[in-house]
Design a protein around this ligand. Sequence first.
Ligand SMILES: [Zn+2]
Length: 189
Amino acid sequence: MGQADAMNAFDRGAGSLCLDFVATLRDTSDQSVEMLSTPGDLAAWFELTGLPVAAGGLTVQDLHSAQALRAAVDAAARALIAGRQPGADDIRLINITGRHPTPVFFLSATGRAKIASAEPDTAATFSVIARDTINLLSGADLGRVRACSGCAALFFDRSPSGQRRWCSMRRCGEKAASANYRRRLAARA
Ligand SMILES: [Zn+2]
């Protein structure tokens, strides 16, 4: 997919950086949609999320590393919310990735731009995602990490009520609401 298309298609509604990252692969019962198919897609996601892209651009190797990290975050989170211990390989990959120093940013003179202090490498950018994962999974609010009632995508519930059920209203909430509405109409008829 082109860079502009990718930027428009990405969701940032999962409530946490690492779960937005996991949402770049949509795996539902009837279809699997890979949104990080090329290094350019990954660069587009980094940019959208405010993460630095290495000046030379990203490589296929970076893409494979991203997909491996994403699978580990997804598996570890799903294990935990199911009350199981995550796999050792998944924990190890998240930890090794998070060991790299993260990029350092400064405010520009106008105060409205972020400048990376040195040429960031991709390991540093992945480290941001891994550390977010470590904070989320070890944090007190693990009970707010849930799978969507519609498509099973993971999200972190930041709603005041803590009753969020959908990855997004647009994708799954409205679908469920209209199905309910049709059911009620049918019951009345
Ligand atoms: Zn959903």
